[in-house]
Design a binder for this molecule. Structure first.
Ligand SMILES: C[S@@+](CC[C@H](N)C(=O)[O-])C[C@H]1O[C@@H](n2cnc3c(N)ncnc32)[C@H](O)[C@@H]1O
Length: 484
């Protein structure tokens, strides 16, 4: 496959480290614990052994089968430990009931023919290796030839087959894998059809990543078997942008100053409008709500204890009805421009940022200009040496220019140009965009032009290159305003 084909199929090799992260969290750690607890009696060990031999796994975008191979290997290693504890190393007679974990327990679906075949062969190879290890230890030949077992790997489009036809949801224990991420904008038309087949009727379907269909199909299987568990390797693109609202209804991105500047949102469960019927289906969420209630009840503050009976609500809710402008409360003194930006209304803001609902590009233009930044440097407080933006001192006292429509539009136009340049660097964080080391030349230029437009909006009242003259002019306007 060349690079372009790989990109369009979302076919990327999954590292052992990432595979293990999924497997350990989903079931391996629990199995290791259960093994520890089963060591007391042979009967417990035997029953644990039966369990290992009964588990079933599906990777519905299995590529060359790395997840299945590693899962099988881990199960066989555990089984090996069990066998060593149950049997001593003298020769055993009942060979055929000895090793019970089988490659039959593994299911895969892969679109491409070649990796499908590689997956089948890899499962046979790992079985052979594990058989050899056990044989060497117990001193007899366990090698199964001709091989009677086979992994169930299907060469098909996973979004066009019913996974139940390969293994019934009620007989399946785990869905694992690294399904393909293919962004809505680069998706092939065949893939768009796939996603429509799976998710027909869902709002904003045109914005969803191809991978969403795997989540939806896994969720359908879980609907049929509530004990079935699933985990996929995911990049954060699944939890960014429009998809949040659709797939992870109750998860919202949450921004404090640090999260905003470094473009590393945190996620929080926002249950403000949640329907209790939905919540009851999510036991872990109920547990969280209960924990919040208990924690609030224990609080020394009367105010906090009072809100213990509304545990699905925040203490203070900083939510805008529409998109808003976000200004971090503290930011590094090394930046010429404090990074500020528009946020969509689904993103929540912490108390470490200031928000301006209904802001326009004109507002953005003035607030991001060197004039406003000079004002912040003069009147804003400092936290250590960092700038501190406060609503009362910095924002409420700031003397806005008296503008006519033409100069307002002019500022807005240059502000838009700044936003457009930022779009070119959409995967950069504000820390990088506005840092002294990396600020791109075209962004510096766009800011300079905006600064000039803002200077003109103030009637070119000072020497443009002098911050000192700028702030003394602002102070003059401020004094006039308070005298009125
Ligand atoms: C990220 S890779 C998974 C790689 C695999 N875990 C491994 O390490 O080999 C995603 C796989 O999904 C496959 N794929 C893409 N679209 C598919 C579809 N509609 N049905 C089934 N498999 C698909 C790709 O060919 C690729 O092998």
């Amino acid at each position: 496959m060349d690079q372009e084909e790989r990109r369009s199929l979302g076919a990327h090799y999954t590292s052992e480290e990432n595979i293990l992260k999924v497997l350990e969290a989903l079931f391996l750690d629990d199995l290791y614990d259960e093994f520890e607890r089963s060591k007391n009696t042979v009967r417990e060990l035997e029953s644990f052994h039966e369990k290992l031999a009964s588990l079933t796994f599906l990777d519905s975008a299995c590529g060359s089968g790395n997840f299945l191979v590693m899962t099988y290997q881990k199960l066989r290693e555990l089984e090996f430990e069990v066998l060593k504890m149950i049997h001593d190393s003298s020769q055993l007679r009942m060979v055929d009931i000895f090793v019970k974990v089988s490659i039959d327990q593994f299911y895969g679906i892969e679109y491409e023919e070649f990796p499908t075949e590689v997956a089948k062969v890899s499962m046979l190879l790992i079985k052979h290796l594990m058989d050899q290890r056990v044989s060497n230890h117990f001193g007899f030949n366990l090698i199964d030839f001709p091989v009677k077992e086979n992994a169930n790997i299907l060469n098909a489009n996973a979004l066009r087959v019913d996974w139940n036809d390969l293994i019934d949801a009620v007989n399946l224990d785990y869905i694992i894998g690294n399904p393909p991420f293919v962004g809505a904008r680069i998706m092939a038309s065949r893939q768009k059809k796939d996603i429509h087949l799976v998710l027909e009727g869902i709002k904003n379907i045109g914005n969803l990543d191809y991978v969403s269909a795997w989540y939806a199909k896994a969720a359908d299987m879980i609907e049929e078997n509530k004990d079935l568990k699933a985990a996929f390797v995911s990049t954060n693109s699944i939890c960014q942008g429009e998809q949040v609202a659709i797939l992870w209804k109750y998860f919202r991105q949450w921004y404090g100053a640090r999260e905003f500047i470094n473009n590393e949102p945190r996620y929080c469960l926002y249950l403000g409008d949640a329907n209790p019927r939905d919540l009851r289906k999510m036991p872990l969420v109920i547990e969280r709500i209960e924990n919040v209630r208990k924690l609030r009840l224990k609080s020394k503050s009367e105010g906090t204890r009072k809100i213990a009976d509304i545990p699905t609500k925040f203490h203070i809710t900083n939510i805008s009805n529409g998109d808003y402008l976000l200004i971090p409360e503290t930011s590094s003194e090394n930046r010429k421009y404090i990074p500020i930006g528009f946020m969509n209304k689904e993103s929540l803001a912490s108390n470490a940022v200031r928000i301006m609902p209904n802001a326009t590009t004109y507002h953005f233009g003035i607030l991001t200009s060197n004039v406003h930044n000079a004002w912040i440097r003069m009147v804003g407080g400092r936290l250590k040496s960092d700038y501190r933006y406060s609503k009362n001192i910095v924002y409420n006292n700031f003397p806005w220019p008296q503008v006519d429509k033409a100069s307002k539009d002019n500022v807005a136009e240059y502000a838009k140009a700044v936003l457009n340049v930022r779009k070119k660097y959409s995967d950069w964080s504000y820390a990088d965009l506005y840092g002294v080391l990396f600020m791109p030349k075209d962004l510096i230029r766009a800011h300079r032009e905006l600064d000039k437009a803002v200077w003109e909006a103030y009637g070119r009242a000072w020497n443009i290159s002098s911050e000192k003259e700028c702030v003394s002019h602002l102070m003059k306007i401020y004094n006039n305003l308070i005298r009125c």
